[in-house]
Design a protein around this ligand. Structure first.
Ligand code: A3P
Length: 322
């Protein structure tokens, strides 16, 4: 550990101890930093990232609230950017999980230090991911014209997806235990005191970012991508600066990319059936149903109504529909 890192760690400790704190549904202590909630380890990663990240103008950042379509967006972004470099049998998506290919800055790369070794990201553009809200990301980007692609989805589907993921990671199978977990997570979502929450703070930060600078911030919605994948993947390619040529479109290349990145295809690859991430999460837990509105099968009508009202109120000043 260098002297600089020691000084940074000291600063981090004193900053964290000055922040408001609360408990989430697991009784985990969360800290409020720049209007969102994080556990201590994640916050250390965020502070290292904000301090030490040296952006390159060509960097691309995939951003999302957890469980909102990140895996799909990462896969699509890799597939679009790599399309001239690989044939269909040596494609990186066939031998690694999208989260291995596009690591989350604050959860993987900047956890220990503000100057991690990023030499493996030598080819341009470098592709990274984050779950922090836009205002927090902007501080790390220090005015650089990086491109940011954000994906969000309906809050109820995101909540159920987080719940499924937690239960799968913790191997909770007991029906009552799962149910009580969903109920307490629901409470955390409603109050906003949840990992990377409040949900609305997150979505609105990128919504504003996109309004102010649409050339650098792309704002996508999972439901729309599901409904019209061709339209949105073409828009994404355009935004990333690698639009499809007429020839590519005519030869069915758009479908090829959509098939490569589809839930059914990725889920059944050996690497995603058996592999684990660097943090020990089974790759298979990232793939569930991918259905819009599936939360109906888990939330009571009262729960739906309550969270819809909260989101409606929070989104009132925007034109966002939940
Ligand atoms: P469900 O739990 O609703 O099925 P994230 O990727 O941000 O962790 O979000 C996980 C959600 O995206 C899960 O939703 C998962 O099934 C879905 N998903 C994962 N890969 C996908 C893909 N290639 N296409 C569509 N949805 C996908």
């Amino acid at each position: 550990i260098t002297m600089n890192q020691q000084r940074d760690d000291q600063e981090t400790i004193s900053l964290i101890s000055s922040l408001p704190s609360d408990r989430d549904f697991h009784s985990n202590k969360l800290f409020n930093y720049q209007r969102c909630w994080y556990d201590k380890k994640t916050l250390q990663g965020i502070l290292n990232f904000q301090r030490g990240f040296e952006p390159q103008d060509t960097d691309i950042i995939v951003a999302s609230f957890p469980k909102s379509g990140t895996t799909w967006l990462k896969a699509l972004t890799v597939a679009l950017l790599e399309r001239s470099k690989h044939s269909s049998d040596d494609h990186p998506l066939l031998s690694d999980n999208p989260h291995g290919l596009v690591p989350v800055l604050e959860l993987r790369l900047y956890t220990e230090s503000s100057k991690p070794d990023l030499t493996s990201f030598s080819s341009s553009p470098r592709l990274f991911a984050t779950h922090v809200p836009f205002h927090t990301l902007q501080e790390a980007l220090k005015g650089s014209p990086c491109k940011v692609v954000y994906i969000w989805r309906n809050v109820k589907d995101a909540l159920v997806s987080v719940w499924y993921f937690e239960c799968a990671n913790l191997k909770i199978e007991d029906k009552d235990e799962r149910r009580s977990m969903l109920e307490s997570m629901f409470e955390s979502f409603c109050t906003g005191v949840s990992f990377y929450g409040p949900f609305w703070e997150h979505v609105l930060s990128y919504w504003k970012g996109n309004l102010e600078d649409p050339k650098h911030v792309c704002f996508m919605r999972y439901e729309e991508l599901k409904k019209e994948p061709h339209v949105h993947v073409k828009k994404l390619a355009q935004f990333l600066g690698c639009p499809f040529t007429l020839e590519e479109e005519e030869s069915g290349y758009v479908e090829e990319i959509l098939d490569l990145c589809s839930l059914g295809h990725l889920k059944n690859l050996e690497i995603n059936k058996t592999g684990k991430t660097g943090r020990g999460v089974d790759h298979k837990n990232f793939f569930r149903k991918g259905e819009v509105g599936d939360s109906k099968n888990y939330l009571t009508p009262e729960m739906e109504k309550r969270i819809d009202m909260i989101i409606e109120e929070k989104f009132r000043d925007s034109c966002l529909k939940f």
